[in-house]
Design a protein around this ligand. Structure first.
Ligand SMILES: [Zn+2]
Length: 146
């Protein structure tokens, strides 16, 4: 092997402040990084896949859902991530132009999938828009229409 680049990476194992599932759309990278830092989440396991929560809520194939659940479980097992942040974003190519409400609905469905698969691991939903990051709270049972 030829060494092409020198950099000293830390050798110590770490405890993650969170496991973060987001889309790989680079337009939101900086906002998400700054939001996480502002939120006190300094060390995190980032699972980046096209469409973010879509792979859990409405996967193209069932294996996708199992794979993402496994990645989140590994983050909790290996790096003790105490919480999961699901971040969707506006104008997501994974949704082919679907409105924000569709993406947010999938965040809630994805949170349900993770809560069922990994009970006891808190899951939070966020929506990245072009002007910032929003917290999305699923409607409570009391306020949901029958
Ligand atoms: Zn996207």
């Amino acid at each position: 092997m030829d060494k092409l680049f020198h950099f000293d990476s830390p050798r110590d194992h770490y405890r993650a402040d969170a496991c973060v599932l987001s889309c790989y759309d680079a337009r939101f990278d900086q906002a998400i990084r700054k939001f996480l830092k502002r939120s006190g989440i300094a060390v995190y396991d980032m699972v980046k896949i096209a469409g973010s929560a879509k792979a859990l809520a409405a996967p193209d194939c069932e294996q996708d859902r199992a794979f993402v659940v496994r990645m989140v479980r590994l983050s909790a097992d290996l790096h003790h991530a105490p919480r999961v942040l699901l971040i969707g974003h506006n104008d997501c190519g994974g949704y082919g132009g679907a409105p924000a409400q569709t993406i947010i609905g999938d965040l809630f469905r994805a949170a349900g999938v993770l809560r069922a698969a990994l009970p006891g691991l808190p899951v939070e939903c966020y929506f990245a828009d072009f002007d910032g990051i929003y917290r999305c709270d699923a409607p409570s049972a009391a306020t949901m229409a029958p």
